[in-house]
Write a protein that binds this ligand. Sequence first.
Ligand code: FAD
Length: 341
Amino acid sequence: MTQTDSVDCTIIGGGPAGLYAAFYAGMRDLTVRIIENKSSLGGKLHFYPEKTIWDIGGQTPISGMKAMEQMISQAKTFEPEIILDQKITEVNKLGDNRFEALSSTGKAYFSKALIIATGGGIFNPKRLPNVDCTPYEHTNVHYTIKRTKDFKNKRVAIVGGGNSAIDWANELEGNVSDLYVIHRSDSFRAHESQLRKLRESKATIYGHTVISELIPDISGQRIHALKLRHSKTDKETVVPIDDVIINIGFETEDNFHQDKKMALPLVDNYYIKGTSQAQTAVDGLYAIGDILDYSGKVRLISGAFNDGINAVNQVRDYCYPKEEDKIVRSSLHEGLQQREV
Ligand SMILES: Cc1cc2nc3c(=O)[nH]c(=O)nc-3n(C[C@H](O)[C@H](O)[C@H](O)COP(=O)(O)OP(=O)(O)OC[C@H]3O[C@@H](n4cnc5c(N)ncnc54)[C@H](O)[C@@H]3O)c2cc1C
């Protein structure tokens, strides 16, 4: 097992809550480390990079991508240690009161206090059950869409019949050269207005249809065409495509905080029951953002920011208990005021 230096606070999760808490921890002169399971920071904002966010206080309408970039940049203000691609699988409070966070790759991270900012947890996209897409996941099979412009003038197949699939189909329609929507039944679980919009568009909708074969190109690296099978008639159709987007939902992995040995009271067997001050049942262990539950909890970015400030103030008191209470304002923060913006 590899051990790392101890910091004041470890933050698990690099979504809006963890990012803002890292920034604010810097304002409060705490040493901090963010550990994120994915290869990039940003949390759930990766699910809606091209949607416009209207409800972040003081922020004019902004795309998910831009908001994410700004949050990451703000989080780096005080140069926290950022660790990516590490899934935390276990957290223990040690005999010397430090916290130990253990990762799936056998690393151990130590800190005086710990903030859980793991949001909705770790999602993995559901894969198609009857064909193996994994060889093409690094080329033209996608589970999320970062930029619609990547599909400009392409022949695109979207698999799925839920809100998200139909929403994406409508976003892409008009941008792509051909759009095929493939769904295993003919009842779509999407908003009626979105479905109507799609049906009135030029998209070809294949209901009661599954992909029965992925036909690769000559290099074997990319899918060149899809063989589709109508599940009622068994009729087969071959559709040439450039990209396939699979949007049939996500599976959530169990997360470390659900382990009984952590003794954290949970709501709905997932959310951490805590206080509006971000405290949990364990001293020195805090929770913020979507993972936290208390009466009046707001599961929005602004709510995550608010939890972040509360948690960091608690961490400061926990790590340095004899200090006087201090209200910190960035406009009066000496270090920040000397910086050029
Ligand atoms: C489609 C959609 C649209 C939305 N629109 C808005 C909006 O317009 N306005 C708004 O305010 N809010 C919106 N939200 C809600 C907002 O995105 C969430 O409230 C916010 O992302 C919560 O932030 P978080 O940091 O608590 O959690 P998350 O964003 O879920 O981030 C948690 C992070 O923790 C990581 N993680 C989890 N477990 C581990 C582990 N064991 N080890 C290491 N890392 C781990 C995850 O990989 C993830 O990066 C929207 C949400 C969705 C899904």
